[in-house]
Design a protein around this ligand. Structure first.
Ligand code: HEM
Length: 403
């Protein structure tokens, strides 16, 4: 397809094509934003929404646009499920109830308490490859994969040395999100369920640190404990939501810094920019490409009528490059960008519950890198992954000059 000249109505087909995000999706998204910001997809019938203001408006309006009918194409359901597959795919009142249950693990005090552990993990990983400065480092496997998995293990209260295995489980769990999943992957997921429920049973009534103990001992206001299905839903959701998202934000951020050496130099010269740099990395990488909503009533989006029951595709990748929100430099990587109303974590009732933890992980990593490296440089081609939901990286080799 020649994406520069083809009829704009055909472009929405690309939004669910896994090769789309493995290349450069931005020219197509820019065309959609200008020529057809709210446009119906001809194959599946959903509305593709690409402007920042529309994605923001829909995300914050949980009365008109709901998540309970599913937030990705593979998981649409005719009626909301009594126990949702995830916190993402439900609405109030159950969503409010579940979110309160999990919130205790993400309060500012809890996240602050995790900070020394997060720093220790970042230091250990960076020190392992900082010794030999001449050799290029493949940062996906050496850093971006282990770091969030180890932090998630700390958060949940699982042994961190088994992070390889958790990664293997999560990969299998993500692959089973597909009707043709392999029996082998299903068996891995079954094993993981047994393991997690056993961990819940072992920690119940103990003072062991971590979210597993917190959920094992949770009681609703009327004294009801969580069911096994609810427990598994929470634990899997945390592992899945906190893993590839953070991994690819980190890889994308480091690659962007290597591709823009002046930005790394600016950050080295002024460390007070670190928090802004984290926001810019989130915006620029937009690890989560999209989620869907369903219109609960007949309404309109950006002046286009939308009917009750219609599915709406919210493109975070596109919203985060919208010049209307980010000005003429929207396509450039500027660590000092301000204001930066990035939507990488979504917005509204479903705003990423792990946002503070993800920000902490990226910030701590940047700080530790600033202590060690004067310059970052790409040492080979950057390979992106074919994936519809996550803007992922398979491989990125870099050379680091030590301070
Ligand atoms: C840079 C990394 C991350 C990105 C880009 C990201 C992005 C997102 C996005 C876009 C949403 C959905 C918002 C919506 O539907 O409106 C979300 C929800 C969620 N995220 Fe994250 N996330 C990240 C890291 C994490 C981490 C580390 C955790 C936990 C350990 C986490 C847990 C969750 C949960 C539980 C939800 C569901 C919230 C709800 O539906 O109420 N995320 N995230």
């Amino acid at each position: 397809m020649d994406t520069a000249t083809v009829d704009v109505g055909e472009l929405t087909e690309l939004l669910l094509d896994e090769q789309f995000y493995a290349g450069d999706p931005h020219p197509v998204l820019a065309r959609l934003r200008v020529e057809a910001p709210v446009v119906r997809d001809r194959r599946y019938g959903f509305w593709a929404v690409t402007r920042h203001r529309d994605v923001f408006e829909i995300s914050r309006d949980n009365d008109r646009f709901v998540s309970g009918y599913g937030v990705n194409l593979a998981h649409f359901v005719p009626e909301p499920l009594p126990v949702p597959g995830s916190l993402l795919s439900c609405d109030p009142p159950i969503h409010t109830h579940y979110r309160r249950t999990l919130w205790d693990a993400f309060t500012p005090t809890k996240i602050r308490a995790l900070a020394p552990l997060v720093r220790a993990r970042a230091v250990a990983l960076l020190d392992a490859f900082a010794a030999d400065t001449d050799a290029p480092v493949e940062i996906v496997s050496a850093l971006a994969v282990p770091y969030p998995l180890i932090v998630l293990a700390e958060l949940l209260g699982l042994p961190i040395d088994d992070w390889h295995e958790y990664g293997h489980w999560m990969d299998a769990a993500v692959r089973t999100n597909n009707p043709h999943a392999l029996a082998e992957d299903r068996a891995v997921v079954d094993h993981m369920r047994v393991f997690l429920l056993q961990a819940v049973a072992e920690r119940r009534g103990t003072d062991a640190p971590g979210v597993i103990t917190m959920l094992a001992d949770h009681r609703d206001a009327d004294g009801t404990p969580l069911t096994d299905r609810e427990l598994l839903m929470f634990l899997l959701q945390l592992f899945i939501a906190g893993n590839e998202t953070t991994r690819n934000t980190i890889t994308g951020g480091i690659v962007a810094l290597a591709e823009n050496p002046a930005q790394w130099a600016m950050l080295r010269a002024d460390r007070s920019l670190v928090d802004k740099a984290v926001e810019e990395i989130l915006r620029y990488t937009s690890a989560v490409t999209h989620f869907f909503r369903t219109a609960l009533v007949d309404t309109s989006v950006g002046g286009v009528p939308v009917a009750q029951g219609d599915k709406i595709f919210l493109s975070y990748t596109s919203a985060n490059r919208d010049a209307e929100a980010f000005g003429p430099t929207a396509d450039q990587f500027h660590i000092a960008r301000s204001p930066n109303p990035q939507l990488a974590f979504g917005f509204g009732a479903h705003f990423c519950l792990g946002a503070a933890l993800a920000r902490l992980e990226v910030r701590v990593l940047l700080e530790e890198m600033l202590d060690r490296f004067t310059a970052l440089e790409l040492a080979g081609p950057v390979v992106r992954l074919p994936n519809v939901a996550i803007a992922g990286f398979a491989h990125a080799e870099l050379r680091f000059d030590r301070a």
